[in-house]
Design a protein around this ligand. Structure first.
Ligand SMILES: *[C@@H]1O[C@H](CO)[C@@H](O)[C@H](O)[C@H]1NC(C)=O
Ligand SMILES: *[C@@H]1O[C@H](CO)[C@@H](O)[C@H](O)[C@H]1NC(C)=O
Ligand SMILES: *[C@@H]1O[C@H](CO)[C@@H](O)[C@H](O)[C@H]1NC(C)=O
Ligand SMILES: *[C@@H]1O[C@H](CO)[C@@H](O)[C@H](O)[C@H]1NC(C)=O
Length: 488
């Protein structure tokens, strides 16, 4: 498109208008745009693959490029993915799975073997930049004894192996969620933040010493979405969405610093906690951030409009390298979560809706991760339909997609599980019960899923059942068969 345009002073404006009007214009049309501020490379993207319907690694690399991604982060060291990234020039972050950490900590030979098998074969054609040792390890209490104290020893063994093998460009890190801090994601004021006492001395102090000694980064997963969604309206949406025009401000009484967005508060809280352990100089990287483009009826603010606004604002902001109020100008690697909506992620609906792309490779919304495209130059977005809590009734039933291609075994297993929980959960679908008819696996599953979920949602149960269930606001009751409901 750009090549056929006559060179004239109007050209930049025309390009903008054309691209804004052509809603199917490839985002790559912006790579030749006149907006050249910033570092010229886009945000990183987390390429999660907990799905059974997403494109191949090769196609995924094309989609990463189309969105303007400057780097990519994966949750393992998958050979097909690493091969697809060879020769692309894209910086890659790979990961040691949590289960492997104790072995790599216990034995230098094991760490060296891991490097030889999972990293060396792909260098230098695949530009691996970070080797992350575990994913949110400190959020998983079930591996506190086995793995938490082993993170740093595993990093040390891997580091020694990298040096012995003269691999100097790969830095080591580990990703931590905001729950490494006392009070979690939102400890106000940020300057008062501290690491949890159960990990501060035993894990964080040696970790920070290691990161400082190797000039690496503290990798944090920081989601303003969850803080906002849990704030019951006390955090303004625009402040969580990084809207440049927001009037919301927060002044930290400890430092006098003024905040204009929630992400900065969260990152400075991490920095303050590091300072308290004497390592305030360690750089911060944002390993995951983003906003869900969809979710369940009882989840607020998860929609395409907010997801697009957040990620566009993030890209535009990070292209200027603003740092944070406590660390002005600090350069931060930032990775958006995530490339695809991943259909096999358990938990509430938002978990399966973080993607820049649907599984069929269609963009959920336009975003230029280089941040060069001005915000006004995007096509209009759908109105946000769920920015306030849903107040109506909700039920949980067999998902439409699961009903279309019914896997009798999977539905049978889920039914057995649901009926085994709670009190009289499946009485109504027994012979003679009000919901026995129609006597089909699908109908009984819907009844059982709902009956289970209504009993246990208050204690955190989700309407998921291995991707077999979904929420509905249409009453599935029929005849004398009544489905219990609950208010959103
Ligand atoms: C949420 O905010 C509303 C209105 O400000 C208030 O009435 C309600 O008690 C709050 N709920 C919780 C759980 O804090
Ligand atoms: C891809 O999937 C999305 C979501 O299901 C759908 O809206 C869109 O039409 C699909 N695109 C194509 C080209 O099939
Ligand atoms: C059906 O579900 C079972 C149990 O979850 C699974 O092992 C099997 O692969 C599924 N079959 C198909 C065709 O998807
Ligand atoms: C089931 O009934 C027992 C006895 O009435 C009660 O203690 C228990 O809390 C009930 N469980 C659920 C999930 O309702």
């Amino acid at each position: 498109m750009a090549a056929s345009m006559p060179a004239s002073p109007l050209r930049p404006l025309l390009l903008l208008l054309l691209a804004a009007l052509a809603c199917h214009a490839a985002d790559t049309s912006w790579s030749g745009s006149p907006f050249r501020h910033g570092r010229g490379r886009g945000l990183g993207v987390n390429y999660g693959r907990v799905a059974d319907d997403i494109p191949t690694p090769r196609r995924s690399v094309q989609l990463l490029r189309a969105a303007g991604a400057g780097s990519v982060k994966i949750y393992d060291a998958n050979p097909a993915v690493l091969r697809a990234l060879a020769g692309t020039g894209m910086a890659v972050s790979i990961m040691v799975p949590n289960q492997v950490i104790p072995d790599l900590a216990a034995s230098y030979a094991a760490a060296d073997r891991w490097v030889a098998a999972n990293l060396l074969p792909y260098l230098p054609r695949t530009r691996v930049k970070f080797l992350l040792v575990g994913n949110e390890v400190l959020s998983d209490g079930s591996i506190a004894a086995s793995t938490w104290p082993r993170i740093v020893p595993a990093m040390e063994n891997l580091h020694r192996s990298l040096r012995a093998r003269r691999v100097s460009r790969v830095k080591l890190g580990t990703t931590l969620a905001m729950d490494a801090l006392v009070a979690g994601a939102f400890p106000r004021p940020p300057s008062a933040a501290a690491f949890r006492p159960d990990i501060a001395e035993s894990v964080l102090r040696p970790l920070l010493r290691f990161l400082e000694g190797t000039n690496s980064y503290y990798f944090v997963d920081a989601y303003t979405y969850f803080v906002w969604a849990g704030s019951n309206g006390t955090v303004p949406l625009d402040y969580a969405l990084l809207q440049p025009a927001t009037r919301a401000r927060y002044v930290d009484p400890g430092t006098g610093l003024t905040y204009t967005n929630l992400l900065d508060e969260m990152l400075d809280a991490v920095g303050a906690a590091m300072s308290k352990l004497g390592h305030g100089g360690v750089r911060i990287a944002v390993a995951e951030t983003g906003w869900p483009n969809g979710g369940d009826y009882d989840q607020i603010g998860a929609n395409v409009r907010n997801a697009a606004v957040y990620n566009r604002n993030l890209a535009a902001r990070m292209a200027r390298n603003p740092g944070t109020p406590a660390r002005p100008g600090a350069r931060m690697p930032v990775f958006v979560f995530s490339l695809y909506n991943e259909n096999l992620k358990p938990g509430p609906g938002t978990e399966r809706h973080w993607g820049l792309y649907y599984p069929n490779g269609t963009a959920v919304y336009r975003v230029d991760l280089t941040g060069r495209r001005p915000l006004w130059a995007y096509p209009p977005l759908p109105a946000p339909e769920n920015d306030t809590p849903y107040k109506g009734q909700i039920w949980c039933v067999l998902a439409a997609h699961a009903g279309r291609k019914l896997n009798e075994t999977a539905v049978g297993d889920a039914l057995t599980y649901a009926c085994g929980q709670g009190n009289g959960t499946c009485d109504a679908v027994q012979p003679g019960g009000e919901c026995f008819q129609p006597n089909t696996g699908a109908a009984h599953a819907s009844y059982a899923f709902n009956s289970y979920w209504q009993q246990f949602r208050k204690t955190g149960a989700t309407c998921y059942f291995n991707n077999l269930a979904e929420q509905t606001i249409k009453d599935p009751s029929h005849g004398s068969c009544k489905f219990r409901s609950s208010l959103g």
